[in-house]
Design a protein around this ligand. Structure first.
Ligand SMILES: [Mg+2]
Length: 248
């Protein structure tokens, strides 16, 4: 018997970085009436608040909703009238300093210092540090032609790996590099959810748009969960309607 449905966010519940549509908010409220629901994604809490928490109708049973920013290194649940942190695995100040110094040294050593940048280049998400080569506010057109084939970032990544061998260093969006503790992926987040909720993995189902080898939802399948691969949020709406009909 399935008692918890876990979802990826971008490309699954919403378009990339966009708020849930009203129809999705209503569908999740229907689902929360019959099951626990979790959302797990690489974005940080402010992004979850904007995309998910603020988009659910008043009737949604928030007690059964588990929100897992930064790939499950943080967990938020709704207690009383507010969202509260259950846990957050943060880098220590020493680790952070070391990471920032490594970035500086790496850019210097590899020579990939762009002439122009837009906004902050380093985003500290507590348990994940994200480097955006051109800055977080860089125009999409600039981002698209900076490193379309990952060639520059592969060089920076290789250099960073020698400086920070104990951490996980991966290429993210168009210009970014993410640094996390080793072993952090959606399978890691789902195991943390099992421990925090007491719901066994056999009772969880995972729905995402990147359930294929190399996709960031694939670890959920490798962990042995029942999975449903969707193409887009419309596919997710159809899947939710089917699950609600079965569980009700
Ligand atoms: Mg996705």
């Amino acid at each position: 018997m399935i008692s918890l449905i876990a979802f990826d966010l971008d490309g699954t519940l919403a378009e990339s970085k966009q708020p849930l549509k009203d129809t999705m908010g209503e569908a999740l409220a229907d689902l929360l009436a019959v099951a626990n629901v979790a959302v797990i994604s690489g974005g940080d809490w402010p992004q979850f608040q904007k995309q998910v928490a603020s988009r659910l109708p008043a009737r949604a049973d928030l007690k059964k909703l588990w929100l897992m920013p930064t790939t499950g290194t943080k967990l938020y649940t709704h207690k009383g009238s507010d969202w509260q942190v259950v846990y957050a695995e943060l880098f220590s100040d020493d680790e952070k300093t070391k990471i920032l110094e490594a970035f500086d040294a790496s850019l210097e050593a590899t020579g990939f210092k762009p002439e122009k940048t837009w906004g902050e280049r380093i985003e500290d998400r507590g348990s994940q540090i994200t480097f955006s080569a051109l800055g977080q506010e860089a125009p999409i057109a600039e981002k698209e032609h900076w490193d379309p084939d990952f060639a520059k970032r592969k060089v920076i990544q290789a250099d960073l790996r020698t400086r920070l061998p104990e951490l996980s260093i991966n290429m993210g969006g168009a210009t970014s590099i993410d640094i996390t503790q080793k072993g952090v992926d959606k399978a890691y987040g789902l195991k943390k959810l099992r421990d925090a909720s007491g719901i066994p993995l056999e009772q969880m189902m995972f729905i995402g748009d990147a359930i294929f080898p190399g996709g960031n939802d694939y670890p959920a399948k490798e962990l042995g969960l029942e999975t449903v691969r969707v193409k887009d949020p419309d596919g997710t709406l159809a899947a939710i309607a089917g699950i609600v009909a079965c569980l009700k």
